[in-house]
Design a protein around this ligand. Structure first.
Ligand code: ADP
Length: 277
């Protein structure tokens, strides 16, 4: 039957297919827009009640009135720590949906690397002590002392990488090394997070950057987490103009390196390339 169709019929059929496809694409675009909006709204609605749970359970755990039993204080602490895990998850989902819908802005400013160092020490010295791990931060002689980038986002990436390093390391050390970047323009400075933890098999080294991917089922049960940290990290590093690399040997440890450019230098280079073209 197909071969008896006139060319006019065929054109009409093709046009119909094209129209259907266009409609379908519009549908997909709309539903992904609605999905992002839904996630953003939900996250906001969930955070408000959660915040009051967190504040009140904290007050209870401090036992201001002095009439709680030890067991009751322990329950209040558990509510507080489960609540903060939930808050982390909600913040991750919100971040990812904002990134996906292009709603994250970068605010470059002058960042002193010594300040970043103090921030990281404040955040992770207690974790290192608690886990009995050796934690050190080294600044190479030739590493830049100042960089123009988004301070908040840089710290968020380092927090993600360091939390993973501490989570997946049971003995040995975690180190943050700041060094001079490579020759390429996207790498003015490198932050390497080096651990002596469980490592990642080569076959999984790319998958771990996908949203919701976790090393394996047993890993996620044993170590907790959501599988969102590294995909957020990768997206954010790209927003800063840089990238993340990984080197890891199973059973030996991992090194995640964040390369970032000086935001303004990168913009100038991009500008001049655009002009040449
Ligand atoms: P989460 O840590 O919440 O599971 P991530 O996206 O941060 O999610 O990491 C994804 C997976 O990558 C982890 O579940 C783990 O299997 C693996 N991974 C990440 N960092 C490390 C590390 N430093 N050492 C070993 N495995 C890691």
């Amino acid at each position: 039957h197909e071969q008896y169709k006139t060319s006019d019929e065929k054109t009409k059929e093709l046009e119909k297919i094209k129209k259907d496809l266009e409609e379908k694409n519009r549908g997909i675009e709309l539903s992904s827009k609605y999905k992002s909006e839904f996630l953003a709204n939900m996250s906001h609605e969930l955070r408000t009640p959660l915040n009051s749970m967190l504040i009140l359970s904290q007050i209870l755990s401090e036992n201001g009135e002095g009439n709680l039993t030890e067991k009751q204080i322990e329950y209040a602490l558990t509510i507080h720590s489960s609540g903060s895990d939930l808050l982390d998850l909600i913040n991750d989902i919100l971040d990812l949906s904002k990134i996906e819908s292009g709603k994250i802005d970068i605010y470059p400013e002058q960042v002193l690397l010594n300040d970043v160092k103090s921030f990281v020490e404040r955040q992770f010295n207690p974790v290192a002590r608690q886990k009995g791990l050796n934690f050190k931060i080294t600044l190479a002689e030739d590493a830049p002392k100042i960089i123009f980038t988004d301070d908040q986002r840089l710290k968020q990436i380092l927090k993600n990488l360091l939390s993973n390093a501490f989570k997946f390391t049971q003995k040995g050390s975690v180190e943050l090394r700041l060094s001079k970047g490579r020759e390429d323009v996207r790498s003015k400075i490198v932050f390497s997070v080096v651990d002596t933890g469980i490592g990642i098999p080569r076959s999984k080294q790319q998958d771990i950057f996908e949203a919701f991917f976790q090393g394996d089922g047993t890993t996620s049960r044993k170590y907790g987490g959501t599988g969102l940290g590294l995909s957020i990290t990768r997206e954010l590093s790209q927003l800063l103009g840089g990238y993340v690399t990984i080197e890891s040997v199973e059973g030996r440890g991992s090194t995640f390196s964040l390369h970032i450019p000086d935001y303004y230098e990168l913009s100038e280079i991009q500008q001049s390339v655009m002009e040449e073209v």
